[in-house]
Design a protein around this ligand. Structure first.
Ligand SMILES: NC(=O)c1ccc[n+]([C@@H]2O[C@H](COP(=O)([O-])OP(=O)(O)OC[C@H]3O[C@@H](n4cnc5c(N)ncnc54)[C@H](O)[C@@H]3O)[C@@H](O)[C@H]2O)c1
Length: 345
């Protein structure tokens, strides 16, 4: 069984590759990754010598390369994690690379699958952010047929890629499944994202900057629960279908911040409210009853335990953090700009 994994050197992709090699002894994996600032081969150090694993450094926005690799590797399955993923970068650095990777890149993979004929299923890993924002006090959840309403360039480009997948299934019968997952946490996440970012700020004795009133809600899922959901979609998902993935674990950013403060034995004076992110979605909540009902997927991990293990992981892997910092410098461009403009003293 040959699986082409695009974007496998990032946070979720590297967890997925490790997970699949562990469960399927006959799986052969080719990791196709451009190695942007968030792509990191250290994430896969423990498996780089596995005889069923290979890596190629390449860009999904390069149509010729995507075609050539698919022709040469002849995958049975393709899953793509390859994306520009950070909302703040799509706002403060610019959206061009988001468009190249998240739309053109998806188009290139779809074309390659269309031309190959041998691919049984292609899973395009996407996000609940394509659905926009829910009211804080509503009970509403995102369902698979909720209309797209992206509010930031990142989400708009992901929605663009997802719509191409839909069209390629309808028009050309390309076997593609799209997933919309909520926010992930766990080991190997690039530290611009909320949880590792806050953990590292605590280690550096810096305050935790909270956007707006800190009450924005996300539905946090442990990365290995996301991986098992993607495994179900890849091998059992029906081409042309969309599956939402969430953990029924809604928490406000301020609650996450307080859990981290608590772990480090710090009080709330370590919180700092900063000006809100433009287009900041208020609440995400995902209804994952379809994937449970149709594919039999179940959550395995408990939040409290895996959240603590995640903090432990960043503390125990200081070399990983230092290597990332050395290689990529600034973690969060927005907070970096904000810090530069704080009054001195
Ligand atoms: N992190 C989350 O909470 C979350 C939640 C839902 C969905 N997702 C989706 O899951 C996927 C993976 O997210 P992540 O958090 O692991 O991201 P990440 O930023 O950690 O990893 C992205 C990977 O894609 C690679 N990449 C980027 N552009 C590429 C290109 N043009 N060609 C080839 N490789 C390229 C990077 O080098 C990196 O290895 C993304 O598509 C994201 O939209 C993430």
């Amino acid at each position: 069984m040959r699986i082409l994994v695009a974007g496998g050197a990032g946070f979720i992709g590297s967890n997925f590759i490790r997970y699949i090699l562990d469960v399927y002894q006959d799986a052969e994996i080719l990791n196709y990754d451009k190695l942007t600032y968030s792509g990191n081969l250290d994430n896969l150090k423990d498996i780089e010598k596995n005889k069923n694993y290979r890596f190629v450094q390449a860009d999904i926005a390069d149509k010729t390369k995507v075609e050539a690799v698919v022709q040469e590797f002849q995958p049975d399955y393709i899953i793509s994690f390859a994306a520009e993923t950070h909302v703040d970068r799509s706002i403060h650095v610019g959206a061009k690379e988001f468009i190249d990777t998240n739309i053109i890149g998806v188009f290139n993979i779809l074309e390659a699958v269309k031309n190959s004929k041998g691919v049984k299923n292609y899973v395009q890993v996407s996000t609940d952010e394509v659905y926009g924002s829910l009211d804080l006090d509503s009970q509403e959840k995102f369902e698979e047929d909720t209309a797209f309403a992206p509010n930031v360039p990142y989400a708009a480009t992901k929605a663009g890629g997802d719509l191409l997948c839909r069209a390629y299934f309808r028009t050309f019968e390309v076997p593609v499944v799209v997933t919309h997952c909520s926010n992930n946490y766990g080991p190997y996440q690039y530290p611009e994202k909320l949880i590792p970012f806050f953990i590292l700020r605590m280690i550096e004795n810096k305050k935790l900057p909270l956007y707006g009133d800190g009450k924005n809600v996300r539905d946090w899922i442990y990365v290995l629960d996301h991986c098992s959901a993607l495994e179900s979609c890849l091998f059992k998902g029906k081409p042309g279908e969309v599956y939402n993935i969430g953990a029924d674990n809604e928490m406000q950013n301020i609650e996450i911040a307080k859990l981290i403060l608590n772990y480090f034995d710090r009080d709330e004076s370590w919180l700092e409210y900063v000006s809100d992110r433009p287009g900041h979605d208020r609440r995400y909540s995902v209804d994952s009853s379809k994937i449970r009902r149709e594919l039999g997927w179940r959550l395995k991990y408990e939040f409290k335990e895996t959240f603590k293990q995640t903090i432990d992981w960043y503390l125990e892997n200081k070399n990983w953090v230092e290597n990332v910092r050395e290689k990529t410098g600034v973690f969060n461009p927005h907070i970096d700009l904000w810090e530069k403009h704080q009054p001195k003293g």
